[in-house]
Design a protein around this ligand. Structure first.
Ligand SMILES: [Zn+2]
Ligand SMILES: [Zn+2]
Length: 487
């Protein structure tokens, strides 16, 4: 990708964290409107103010409500009802204690690792410092490391095997930052957490004679470029039985969410026209900027006819624009999101027509490139339940399944194998969620690191649970097949 493409760095990820949607809230709102009868002729100030019952875009983040804090009432009915003692047992087991004591010891080192990555932000496919720092850490902990993996210079793989056979645990460490605003999505925390999970599990395997294999992938370009999708297509996930990672966001502290994220399609649209003197002979020009603005206007109009759970957003860019020359080029980097891949695909077709119509109206030529879509996230219900129970009962966390209007390339991974990607909250200032400078600051705090460590412990213990319980392992595999058939 060229620099202009990378400029529009919001392909996936958690920029939309605050714009979490809630179908329940929508239903409530619709009902109360119909009860109140006709709307007053003039909107009052009060009506224009955000309603407490209107749950889209809750500024405090996920806006968890008390009624949604019970894990049991949210998981789908086909989910196995698991006795909490099954997960408590793993925490209190010798191997569980090993995981926790290793992470106690490792915690300061993981904080340094996270801060080091935070202090050296690198954008998509340029994560060389992060790659070298993280792979050096994994080598020190006696993992077999491949630096530069499957044709991606900044991807890497760290592997450890103990005994014969056993199950294969996959883990992901994201590394990329955002142009200009650095680690505004907290991938430094994710990177260190992945290393912590892998090292703690290694200790559990070798100390307690548990056969198994651990594969930690350093995955580039989540914010744009879909590094995990490329790795998936090239077989990086083929030998894993399941895959784990976590992600920070804003919201009430001590909270985890194990709901879905949205599917997203990114377009790169280029209009080409003809330059001319804007004063002397504008009729000789074909205005590519006009095409971009017409497209933008059509897209803005379309927004009113979209579902509230859908998103459409982007930017306009151009080369060598001067006010007294008719612009001969203009680009749109545009993205659409929806809760499911199918819904998103329909929206993408409608958006495409807006691009084409603008070319027709202005006489410009247009090229429309579609990047590989990020699918919605399908957390495996068994993994989600184990993890939820562990962090709820052992670490006193609130666990919900509200989901997020953001997106991740891990969604594609979750369609391919059992996967878990819990979201956890870190302290940040009001309206300072992901993809803001405030979140860059928040991602470097000790409090954020402490929250990340709970995610790290919870994920390592979840993996241990599945490693040691064959019945659970089979249930996990079976519950993932249902998702695959959906895709
Ligand atoms: Zn992110
Ligand atoms: Zn992000």
């Amino acid at each position: 990708m060229g620099p202009e493409t990378e400029d529009g760095h919001t392909t996936g990820c958690f920029g939309g964290f605050k714009l979490r949607f809630s179908r329940k809230s929508l239903a409530t709102r619709t009902l109360s409107t119909s009860r109140s009868g006709l709307a007053p002729s003039k909107p009052s100030e009060k009506m224009l103010a955000p309603s407490q019952h209107f749950d889209f875009g809750v500024p405090s983040g996920w806006g968890l409500s008390a009624e949604q804090s019970s894990l049991d009432s949210f998981l789908p009915p086909y989910t196995t009802q698991m006795n909490a003692s099954r997960t408590n047992g793993v925490v209190d087991s010798m191997a569980g204690k090993t995981i926790n004591s290793v992470l106690d010891e490792l915690e300061p080192e993981l904080y340094q690792l996270s801060m080091d990555i935070h202090d050296h932000p690198e954008i998509a496919f340029q994560e060389r410092y992060a790659r070298d720092t993280l792979t050096a850490f994994m080598r020190r902990h006696k993992f077999n490391v491949t630096s530069g993996y499957l044709g991606l210079e900044t991807a890497w793989r760290a592997e450890y095997s103990y005994g014969n056979g056993g199950k294969v645990i996959g883990i992901n460490s994201e590394m990329d930052a955002l142009e200009r605003i650095g680690h505004a999505c907290g991938h430094n925390l994710i990177a260190a957490s992945g290393c912590g999970i892998a090292v703690a599990l290694k200790a559990a395997l070798e100390t307690h004679d548990i056969p198994g294999r651990i594969i930690l992938l350093g995955t580039p370009a989540e914010e744009g470029g879909g590094g995990k999708i490329i790795l998936l297509q090239r077989g990086a996930y083929d030998d894993m039985d399941f895959c784990l990672m976590s992600h920070p966001g804003p919201g009430p502290l001590y909270s985890f969410d194990i709901g879905a994220t949205t599917a997203v399609q990114t377009f790169e649209v280029e209009y080409l026209g003809k330059g001319a003197h804007a004063g002397a002979a504008p009729w000789e020009g074909i205005n590519a900027l006009d095409a971009a603005f017409l497209a933008y206007s059509s897209l803005s109009v379309l927004r009113q006819q979209m579902q509230p759970t859908h998103r459409s957003h982007g930017i306009v860019q151009g080369r060598d624009w001067i006010s007294n020359v008719i612009p001969d080029n203009a680009r749109l980097r545009w993205q659409v999101r929806a809760p499911t891949y199918d819904e998103m695909s329909i929206l993408a077709q409608r958006v495409r027509k807006c691009f084409e119509a603008a070319a027709l109206a202005t006489g410009c030529s247009v090229s429309i490139d579609e990047e590989p879509p990020y699918q919605d996230l399908k957390n495996n219900p068994i993994l989600a339940r184990i993890f939820g129970q562990i962090v709820q009962t052992q670490y006193g966390q609130n666990v919900t399944t509200n989901g997020s209007a953001a997106s991740t390339d891990f969604g594609n991974v979750s369609y391919y194998l059992p996967a878990l990607h819990p979201l956890y909250t870190i302290p940040t200032e009001p309206h300072g969620g992901n993809h803001t400078p405030a979140f860059t600051k928040a991602s470097a705090t000790k409090e954020a690191h402490a929250a990340s460590m709970i995610a790290t412990r919870g994920l390592a213990l979840t993996a241990l649970c599945v490693l040691q319980d064959d019945a659970l392992f089979l249930e996990m595999k079976a519950s993932s097949v249902a998702f695959r058939s959906v895709s």
